[in-house]
Write a protein that binds this ligand. Structure first.
Ligand SMILES: Cc1cc2nc3c(=O)[nH]c(=O)nc-3n(C[C@H](O)[C@H](O)[C@H](O)COP(=O)(O)OP(=O)(O)OC[C@H]3O[C@@H](n4cnc5c(N)ncnc54)[C@H](O)[C@@H]3O)c2cc1C
Length: 367
């Protein structure tokens, strides 16, 4: 089996992995990316916050995404205490900020194509099996396509958190166990416009959205003891046909304590997961992937920066996590969230990177 070598090895071809890979390739590094599944592959999370648009511009993928013709929406309907209100994302001189309703199979394939176009070597479908560690440093991975050695490895493997498992990194669990059940329905729901809708329910919430004409998505957060029937569906979709089997995902709030260390960075869901009703999972995955890529590029050029890079990166992720989890717990006080998270004020560490990337996240009305 051939042993390959590159400056950077990225595990996972979702938004975090492609953002990291493109950022490194743009800085002139050689990049290998290993993606375990053939595309198009399913992922939930079609509502994309408008803050991704400037990120897509930087990654050279904005034109392809705009041309794909995904539905756009200026904000989110919120139902609370029996009242509906419309929360706009915001606006500037060019008009209202618009989110996307992008089927993830298509969106992620566009990002992966952008990575390939920028010189990233893509191994797909190939899985990372075990990581290569030499003298305490991550130096690549054994994959189903052979051993790939790299100066830095970025784990963007999603909620399976591959590297945390490999290195037995402690995961800080910040909430009770939350499960999101979600499904897709086919048909017409004439009362709905292009904006998603969020509704508070006892012990959780429901999120519904029109993904494309004739296709709707719903997600129901189920907290422990909420007693939600297994065949629960949103009542407004009662006349629609199921388009796929109902699935479930563990969306308990969690963060890998040491999300950067010798030879590695962890990005996207592999690093941290918070409440998906913020609809910023993809935004966060791309931001953290780009920031990991930025530090990898600096560290490859100057090894002396590695310690500073991992500290700054970890601080950014922990700061973002406390902020997101803090905002979510204000909205759902009945959900049990670990008190130790809030002993320190949110957003204590305004690193330069945080501010720069926050500037690309114009909305933030709810979270
Ligand atoms: C029910 C639900 C609804 C959601 N709704 C939204 C929403 O509306 N808006 C939003 O922004 N976010 C939403 N999210 C969150 C969003 O789906 C995630 O935050 C986002 O997909 C994270 O991107 P990622 O790149 O970190 O991981 P992923 O998109 O999961 O990509 C990880 C990739 O790594 C690959 N991989 C895994 N292990 C290996 C391995 N060993 N070797 C090689 N490849 C591997 C996988 O095949 C996968 O392609 C939702 C989440 C859930 C569960």
């Amino acid at each position: 089996v051939a042993a390959l070598r590159s400056d950077v090895l990225v595990i996972g071809g979702g938004p975090a992995g492609t953002a990291a890979a493109i950022t490194c390739a743009q800085a002139g590094l050689s990049v290998s990316l290993v993606e375990g599944r053939a595309f198009p592959r399913h992922r939930p999370g079609e509502t994309l916050h408008p803050g991704i648009e400037p990120l897509l511009d930087r990654l050279g993928a904005a034109e392809a995404v705009r041309r794909a013709g995904f539905l756009r929406h200026p904000g989110v309907w919120v139902k609370q205490d029996g009242c509906d209100r419309f929360e706009r994302y915001g606006e500037d001189a060019n008009g209202p900020w618009l989110g996307f309703q992008a089927p993830r199979a298509e969106f992620d394939a566009l990002l992966l194509a952008a990575a390939r176009a920028q010189g990233v070597r893509i191994y797909q479908p190939h899985r990372a099996l075990s990581c290569v560690v030499e003298r305490g440093r991550v130096c690549g991975a054994e994959t189903t396509s052979g051993v790939i050695h790299a100066a830095f490895t970025v784990d963007a493997s999603g909620d399976g958190a591959w590297l945390a498992g490999q290195l037995a990194l402690p995961v800080n669990r910040a909430s009770s166990r939350f499960i999101a059940r979600y499904g897709y329905m086919r048909g017409e729901c004439p009362g709905r416009d292009s904006a998603p809708r969020f509704e508070y329910l006892p012990g959780g919430w429901v999120w519904t959205a029109r993904v494309r004409p004739g296709l709707y998505h719903w997600t129901r957060l189920v907290s422990p003891g909420a007693g939600v029937a297994r065949d629960w569906r949103p009542s407004e979709f009662a006349d629609l046909e199921p388009a796929a089997a109902v699935r479930g995902a563990d969306v308990s709030w969690r963060i890998v304590d040491r999300c950067a260390g010798p030879g590695y960075f962890v990005a996207g869901d592999a690093a941290a997961v918070t409440d998906p009703s913020s609809s910023k999972g993809v935004l966060h995955a791309m931001m953290s992937g780009m920031l990991a890529g930025h530090w990898v590029a600096r560290c490859v050029l100057s090894r002396s920066l590695e310690r500073e890079g991992s500290e700054q990166y970890s601080r950014f992720l922990h700061s973002w996590f406390r902020h997101s989890a803090g905002r979510a717990s204000e909205f759902f006080p009945e959900l049990r969230v670990a008190a130790h998270l809030f002993e320190r004020p949110h957003l204590l560490e305004h690193t330069q990177e945080y501010c720069a990337i926050q500037a690309c996240d114009p909305g933030g009305s709810r979270y």
